[in-house]
Each structure stands twice: as C-alpha cells, then as structure tokens.
Design a protein around this ligand. Structure first.
Ligand code: AKB
Length: 318
C-alpha cells in the first residue's frame, strides 16, 4: 500500500514514518510536512513539502504517488491552540476536511486521523473514562478533536469510506521533541533530569493524566490501520489506554535512577487544560475490536527514556 503521512516532522510523525517504511518499504511511504523533517525521514524515502491547507497541492501529491492510504498527523496541539485558537481551528478543521474530501474524490482506500483525550472535558467522568461519554471540551484543540471525530464518522456513514481514529493520551518519546502540547512536561522532565538534575514542572505534583510510550503509540496507530475492517464497529474514536500517573509518581520513577533529581512544581496556564482531561480511560472497545494491548509500564518506559536521552545529551543534541 502506498501511504502519505502529513505532519511527518512532528513528535509522532517522525517515528511513524520510519516504522511504516520498515513495514511497507521506503519508497511506498511518502512523508510530508510544512517544514523539512529529521534526517532519518529525509534520507530514507520520498518527502514533499505540503501545507495541509493547500488542497490542490495535496491532490497533486496523491496523484503523483498514487496514494492509497493517508495518516493525517498534521495538527496544532492544545497549549499552542489556546494561544492561537483560530490557527488551531484553521489547521485542524480545514486540514482534515481537505484530507477527507481528497480521500473521497481521489478514492483513497483508507485514512487514519488521530483524536485525543482532549476530546473530553470537565464534565466527563475522570476515572476509567468510558468510550461513550460526555464530550464537552474547554480547549479549541479539544473542540477540533470532537468535531474531527464527527466529521470522520460522517465520511464513514455517508460515503462508506474507511476512516479510522484513536484518542491518543499524552505521548512520551525520545526521537523528536513534542511541540505545544499540555502533556509535554512528561517528556521534558526526562531531558532536564539527565542534563540538569532538576526540572520545573508546569502542572502540580497531583496532576494525573493517561500517558503512553512511543513504541505503544506506534503499535496502536499501525494496528488500528491494519485491522480487518469487518472487525471494527466504531472506526473513528477508540480510547486507547496504557499507563496513568501523576507528576510526582513520574518524578519518583526517575529518582530511582537519578537519586539527586529534584522537581519544583510551578503550575501555569497548562494546569486548567490538564484539569479538564481524564485520569485514565476505558479502552475495552479497542482491546475487543482490534486486539489493543500495550507493552510498556512506567518503569520500563523510564529506563528506556533515560538511556536514550543520556546518549542525546552526551552527543550535545540537547
Ligand atoms: C496535548 O497535550 O495537546 C497532546 C494531546 C493529549 O493530544 N499531547
């Protein structure tokens, strides 16, 4: 299958491109972004500069490479979205409708567009948040995620298209730094622990959120994309859980390996966003319909993260 990835320079896009090239072949996976990607993406297969708001440019790429599947990863995340709500609306909604319309017009076989725990809001039950529940987010990012889920479902129902999506928790990774999310503290803490032995955290010690390590994120994304269509009942909005912890527990897991590590908690505007999101999610639909089963727990992730980040710091890459 020939695949187009939008947003390949982002935190997930970088590693997803590499993972998909390993599965489908380097020439079969066309990476695209508004800016150049990391060397491992640029040097391992085709790359195109693409602004997802430019529908005709995207059409040309779909035709040039005879694209059969799209992973639509280009998005503005929650914290940047609160600073510039119109940008979040424009990129997240108009980028998505361009992908969906082109999928329909150019007969793309399958599209995956992630949603997020940001689709939930303060009225949603916080523990083991059900699959079907109140969706009244208080951030523009969350609003675009709910609208995006509805839009994707519209294309499934009205046009019989194969559009799939999952609600990412906070994603923790060491290849590309995240940009503009609320859950970014759970990545930054590892870098600052290794480099400085201390970290200033922008949410309180008690702030609990669902999180996932990148290998599990890639597995969830690719497993859903590859799942037999006949097994799927919902398509666009699967909860996917992995681990759930508060900031103090995350810090304690690092302290086991770096005993002198210190965290100062200085909550800022991110706190209100984090407070509107769940502690943990019920992902039984994903487990039943496409066999979702995460591998990493907090300690396994911390060991892996610290090792990888140490190498980066030693090389002067952070
Ligand atoms: C964010 O924090 O904005 C993202 C997300 C949970 O979707 N990481």
């Amino acid at each position: 299958m020939r695949i187009l990835i939008t947003g390949c320079s982002g935190q997930i896009g970088t590693e997803l491109t590499v993972a998909l090239r390993n599965i489908y072949g380097n020439d079969q996976v066309i990476a695209s972004d508004i800016k150049e990607a990391a060397p491992e993406v640029m040097q391992s297969g085709p790359f195109e500069i693409l602004d997802v708001l430019d529908k005709e440019a995207m059409r040309q790429i779909i035709r040039k490479y005879q694209v059969e599947g799209i992973f639509h990863m280009a998005a503005i995340l929650s914290a940047v979205g609160e600073g510039n709500p119109m940008l979040a609306w424009n990129v997240n909604m108009n980028g998505l409708i361009n992908v969906l319309e082109l999928g329909r017009e150019e007969k793309v076989e399958r599209i995956l567009c992630p949603s997020s725990i940001a689709a939930f809001g303060p009225e949603t039950p916080v523990d083991n948040t059900p699959q079907e529940t109140v969706l009244r987010p208080t951030t523009m990012y969350g609003i675009t995620k709910v609208a995006g889920e509805l839009l994707c479902n519209y294309y499934v129902q009205k046009y019989g298209m194969d559009v799939r999506g999952l609600r990412y928790p906070g994603i923790i990774s060491n290849a590309t730094l995240p940009g503009g999310g609320t859950t970014d503290y759970a990545v930054a803490i590892y870098y600052d622990a290794v480099k400085f032995g201390k970290y200033e955290c922008f949410v309180t010690a008690e702030t609990t959120l669902p999180m996932m390590y990148m290998p599990d994120c890639l597995k969830a994304t690719i497993d859903l994309f590859q799942a037999p269509k006949a097994n799927l009942k919902r398509f666009v909005d699967y909860n996917v859980g992995s681990m759930s912890f508060d900031a103090a527990t995350l810090a304690a897991s690092i302290k086991r390996y770096i005993p002198e590590f210190e965290v100062a908690y200085k909550p800022d505007f991110h706190q209100a966003i984090a407070d509107s999101w769940p502690n943990s999610v019920d992902d039984s639909a994903a487990r039943e319909e496409w066999g979702w089963n995460p591998e990493y727990d907090l300690d396994a992730m911390t060991r892996d993260m610290l090792q990888a980040v140490k190498i980066k710091v030693e090389k002067g890459e952070y």
